[in-house]
Write a protein that binds this ligand. Structure first.
Ligand code: HGY
Ligand code: MN
Ligand code: MN
Ligand code: MN
Length: 404
């Protein structure tokens, strides 16, 4: 097969007719067929599939023993996401295994292909949910209390999917059996396109914080309430959005985004009573993100109070900076050299399960060139030949790491 053909098998799953692209979230209608695809792809290669207690899938080439070399990515997407963020790393992993099998390679260590659950945090607000639970980075009991947009708790969604909430949580033994992890991912920028090269490794993931902001005002009638009588949380939230832009702009290369806003109750002729806005901040160092957050908060409070409203803030997640394992990255880069020459190691502003696993397992990443540089949007792209190059690169990495 090819990576492109593997991705074509899931091209209709989780399509979002309204937003464009794909919306694939934990335990939604597309989740089970995507998991079936994973199982079928694994079975066709003779790999045995198991699901761990945290809804992550593992396909085993060889006995599920110790010294495991794992690879893979996630099956979920952001709302209206692209076709590659997540599935490319899984399709390339299966294709890499297929290539290694075809050449008669026998791994000296077990190889696992993984599909991690809810990497984007699109449903329950916590990115890398599956790997956070697995590694214990997030406590199971607290995670199970999280609610989605409909007010359903993760615990209830878990049970409704037919899974056992008692099995949710850290699995240190599973993690201890991993000798290395390599995640292949579409690049979420134009660096490789600009450099004219198809593949790179990754050096680091910049830190990332997510907060839920609740701006409360006074709901009222849009026709009878004069402008000077209002405490309009939408106007206050607009000030918050501008504060985020200003503060992030003044601290390059920091990034500040409000990409999700709920207006309650949400009527054309209704002054809202509450606005919930989700804030995403990233910067080079953990302290830079914290300092940016404090500056945003101060400016936001000032703006919100000027509108006669109040602001409540809840931290949803904080992901520290990750520097990938230099030794594994160097071995992967050396394995790529015959086919790809010297590849750069580039930092990324996007989070990955590899970043969570890196705290426990020597971890590296591979990026595949993205001609548009767009990601988390339907315009995300990767050329077919670069996807195949990704599988070739991943096969080289697995040959090196699992070879003995
Ligand atoms: O970077 C992110 O937004 C997510 O972790 N993929
Ligand atoms: Mn991803
Ligand atoms: Mn993503
Ligand atoms: Mn009326």
């Amino acid at each position: 097969m090819t990576v492109t053909a593997r991705l074509a098998e899931i091209a209709e799953l989780g399509r979002d007719a309204e937003r464009g692209g794909y919306s694939r979230h934990l335990f939604d209608a597309a989740d089970a067929p995507l998991r079936d695809w994973f199982r079928r792809s694994a079975s066709a290669l003779g790999l045995a599939v198991e699901e761990d207690g945290d809804a992550n899938l593992w396909a085993w080439w060889g006995e599920a023993g110790s010294g495991v070399v794992a690879t893979g990515s996630h099956i979920d997407s952001v709302p209206g996401g692209g076709a590659y963020d997540g599935p490319l790393g899984i399709a390339a992993a299966f294709e890499a295994v297929a290539q290694l099998q075809a050449e008669g390679f026998t791994p000296a260590r077990p190889v696992a292909v993984c599909a991690f659950a809810e990497e984007e945090g699109s449903r329950f607000g916590l990115p890398c949910l599956g790997t956070r639970l697995l590694t214990g980075a997030t406590d199971a009991a607290t995670a199970l209390e999280r609610v989605d947009a409909a007010g359903t708790t993760l615990a209830d969604a878990w049970r409704a999917s037919g899974r056992d909430v008692a099995a949710v949580g850290a699995d240190p033994e599973r993690i201890a059996r991993l000798a290395a992890f390599v995640e292949l991912h579409v690049e979420q920028g134009r660096d490789l396109e600009d450099r004219g090269i198809p593949i790179s490794t990754a050096s680091a993931i910049i830190p990332h914080g997510r907060w839920r902001l609740e701006v409360t005002g006074s709901g009222n009638h849009a026709g009878t309430t004069t402008m000077d009588q209002r405490a309009d949380p939408v106007v206050a939230a607009a000030r918050v959005v501008l504060a985020v832009q200003q503060e992030a702009l003044s601290r390059p290369p920091a990034r500040g985004t409000i990409g999700k806003v709920q207006v309650i109750p949400g009527g054309t002729n209704v002054i809202a009573s509450r606005v919930v806005a989700w804030l995403d901040l990233r910067a080079d160092r953990d302290d830079d993100v914290r300092a940016l957050f404090e500056a945003v908060l101060a400016a936001a409070r000032e703006g919100v109070e000027a509108e006669g409203c109040t602001l409540d803030v809840h931290e949803e997640s904080f992901t520290a900076r990750v520097d990938f394992d230099a030794a594994v990255t160097a071995r992967v880069a050396a394995a790529l050299r015959p086919e790809f020459g010297e590849v750069p190691a580039i930092p990324t502003g996007a989070g990955h399960d590899a970043g969570i696993l890196a705290a426990h397992v020597p971890t590296a990443m591979l990026f595949v060139r993205n001609p548009t540089g767009v990601s988390h949007a339907p315009g995300e792209s990767a050329r077919d030949e670069d996807c195949e190059a990704g599988a070739t690169a991943l096969a080289a990495a697995l040959r090196e790491l699992a070879g003995g």
